[in-house]
Write a protein that binds this ligand. Structure first.
Ligand code: FRU
Length: 340
């Protein structure tokens, strides 16, 4: 983890991953930018001697290794800044706890709030509340249904879903000729990454007359749910050619179910996240056919919160972290680059 951490930190500063900043949009519907805060941005916060910026981070869960890595990278970034006092709260996968955690940051007058929401509808109100009180909020990875907050940092999930769709079409025979049964396992469907990973994938795959997509159940991003959903699917569907799961833990759970049923050799498994200790490893082992990198946004999020506190504005209102495909052909290079 240490080697990966130091390498990924370098990469997060737009090294090997690169990163594409979309320019700030001041008026686009639904985009961060319709802020309750003045057009000139947030109040620049000058620190009195000896005082630190109080930054609160509300993480929705740490039940998945991707989130543990996300926290670690965020904390390491915070540790580089002597003027930052960071408090991290884990909502334990519960929307009510996450709302209470963010509210507690507001009540205790934190200078900035970072939040990676469990789901969009439940967290929208409290993000708006903080913004209306003048507190800069940086939303990470999963979005809310309100665009007025200060900055979003995360991957382009529509594009990642489309990339997975193009991979599936190629794996099943190529555009216009592709043929087969795809079984889809969704992430938490009240969250924006699951909706976008589904929509991006369908935009590509639904054009293929020879491909039928079944499934679409909500696996809440969890390995054990991916496993049990797939156990049922295997009983009901005699032939499945490819499984598309919205993250690597669910793809791996599905692979385990297929292995128990002796059917794993006939199915290709595709996931998303690509962290070296999970997706990267499972591609290397030949269990997953492909995964798509979904870079943890913690370090960049912390940098943007500080930028807002120091200058009143983030670098851009939407910062999109790049993806890449990890397959049998690319996995060795990928893992080497990640220091594994
Ligand atoms: C972790 C996770 C990742 C996924 C992301 C989507 O909680 O499920 O696996 O890519 O959240 O928000």
């Amino acid at each position: 983890m240490r080697a990966y951490g130091s390498v990924i930190l370098g990469m997060l500063i737009c090294g090997a991953f690169g990163c594409a900043d979309k320019p700030a949009t001041d008026s686009a519907e639904g985009e961060p930018g319709q802020s309750a805060v003045s057009k000139d941005g947030y109040k620049v916060r000058k620190l009195d001697p000896g005082r630190k910026y109080k930054i609160g981070f509300s993480q929705c869960t740490v039940k998945e290794p991707w989130r543990v890595l996300f926290n670690e990278l965020l904390k390491r970034e915070a540790a580089k800044h002597a003027d930052v006092a960071l408090e991290v709260q884990d909502a334990d996968d519960r929307t009510e706890k996450q709302v209470a955690d963010v509210r507690s940051f507001i009540r205790r007058d934190f200078d900035a709030i970072l939040v990676s929401p469990k789901e969009a509808p439940g967290l929208t109100g409290v993000v708006k509340e903080a913004t209306e009180k003048g507190i800069p909020v940086v939303v990470l990875d999963r979005d809310v249904n309100y665009g007025g907050y200060a900055c979003f940092v995360g991957g382009d999930n529509l594009e990642i879903g489309s990339a997975a769709g193009r991979y599936a079409v190629d794996a099943l025979g190529g555009a216009g000729k592709a043929k087969g049964i795809v079984y889809e396992i969704c992430g938490g469907l009240a969250s924006t990454p699951a909706q976008e990973r589904r929509d991006g994938f369908h935009e590509i795959v639904d054009k293929e007359a020879g491909i039928e997509v079944k499934g679409g159940l909500d696996g809440d991003w969890k390995l054990d749910k991916g496993l049990s959903i797939m156990q049922d699917a295997l009983k009901a569907i005699p032939k499945i050619d490819l499984v598309y799961a919205h993250n690597d833990p669910m793809a791996y759970g599905a692979w385990q179910a297929a292995q128990q049923a002796g059917r794993e050799e006939n199915i290709k498994f595709v996931g998303i996240d690509g962290i070296p200790k999970e997706g990267g490893l499972w591609v290397k082992q030949g269990k997953l056919a492909a995964t798509f990198l979904y870079e943890p946004p913690g370090a960049e999020g912390l940098r943007q919160a500080l930028k807002i506190l120091r200058t009143g504005k983030p670098d851009a209102r939407r910062i999109t972290l790049k993806t890449r495909a990890v397959t049998a052909e690319t996995v060795d290079d990928y893992l080497r680059e990640m220091g594994e």
